[in-house]
Ligand binder design. Structure first.
Ligand code: UFG
Length: 329
């Protein structure tokens, strides 16, 4: 039997692949390599280059490889891009997930673990950590496209012998501590990636979007979770589904946040680089503060993070960014 990872050549997917190999699982990856890289997939793993929206391909792989679980990471993830290209997001994140789900039902795949997002909540009403039972009011096509897939999963699991975990990610950052993979997309927009690029002179400066928010230092607050702790949570979710068959929707975050300026300070301190930081206007669509209530994942899965430390997250992100420079030159 094997485990299928869609988007396994991408940032989070490639960490998942390594986590599964570490656990002794057989892994097969489907990735169309639009933002991922074939070299990010370990040599011992079969990479099927193709689109999860291709019914023939997704119909074939689960049957031929005896797939017993699917980790579905493939999708589009840039919030502002989803505002200008909503139909592209509904296609990639909703329509293609439907095709994959149908193939899983047809092939009798019992377990499905889905990459969802804190964007399903929209802007929380208070600065308190947001729990899973909070109102679901996505404010972008990205968030809605993911929420639609959560809904499809719920309804499909009620009708067919398939169970699922929807994991709602907060701000994923960092890289494999052993240096095997990391965030490799050169034009990524995420704060820690951008700041590490500035620290290593891969960009001339970075911007801080908005300094007049109602927070202690005026910048937005986010719950940054190390990608290794995130993929550990996924593996625990699989073990939970295998053992209990109980569906689960859970936040993935640590339960506390850091401001943009705190992140910038840590990147400067850890890298020893005094890169230029320009204060800029607010970025459209940014919520002031989004922090996870992580009680459910800790209680239901016994999840214990190992890297709940911004310095470690930044150190691993910097190490990977540095390794990428050597790969590119
Ligand atoms: N930021 C900067 N400068 C940059 C990049 C980001 O100041 O160059 C700021 C943003 O304005 C924001 C914070 O850093 O205040 C975090 O921004 P990111 O782009 O790193 O991440 P987001 O919080 O916008 O988005 C992330 C995920 C989404 C998910 C969302 C849910 O990328 O997929 O969290 O909270 F939907």
């Amino acid at each position: 039997m094997s485990v299928l990872v869609t988007g396994g050549a991408g940032y989070i997917g490639s960490h998942m692949v390594w986590r599964l190999l570490d656990a002794g699982e057989n892994v097969v990856v489907i990735d169309r390599l639009s933002t991922g890289f074939d070299w990010a997939v370990p040599a011992e793993v079969e990479l099927v280059v193709g689109d999860i929206g291709d019914p023939e391909l997704v119909g074939k792989v689960p049957r031929e490889r005896g797939v017993s679980a699917v980790f579905h990471f493939a999708g589009s993830i840039v919030v502002p891009e989803s505002v200008t290209d909503p139909l592209g997001y509904y296609l990639n994140n909703t329509v293609k997930s439907r095709a994959l789900l149908e193939a899983c039902v047809d092939a009798g795949v019992p377990h499905f673990i889905f990459s969802s997002t804190a964007a399903v909540y929209g802007t929380p009403e208070t600065a308190d950590p947001v729990a899973e039972d909070a109102a679901l009011r996505p404010e972008s096509p990205y968030g809605t496209s993911k929420l639609m897939t959560e809904t499809m999963l719920r309804d499909t699991a009620a009708a067919h012998p398939l169970n699922y975990a929807c994991l709602r990610y907060f701000n994923v950052a960092g890289a494999d501590p052993a240096g095997r993979t990391g965030q490799s997309t050169p034009d990524a927009t995420h704060l820690i990636k951008v700041a590490t690029q500035a620290a290593l002179s891969k960009r001339p400066y970075m911007q801080v979007f908005g300094t007049d928010y109602p927070t202690p230092d005026g910048t937005c607050i986010r719950d940054y979770i190390h990608v290794t702790d995130l993929v550990d949570a996924h593996y625990l979710a699989l073990e939970h589904l295998r053992a209990t068959g109980e569906n689960l929707t859970a936040n993935c975050g640590y339960g506390h946040g850091h401001s943009v300026l705190e992140v910038v300070d840590v990147v400067k301190r850890v890298s020893g680089s005094e890169f230029e930081v320009r204060m800029a206007d607010r970025r459209a669509g940014d919520a002031v503060s989004i922090v996870a209530n992580s009680d459910r994942i800790r209680e239901r899965l016994g999840w214990k993070p190992h890297y709940d430390d911004l310095e470690k997250i930044v150190t691993h992100a910097l190490n990977w960014e540095d390794a990428l420079s050597r790969r590119n030159t």
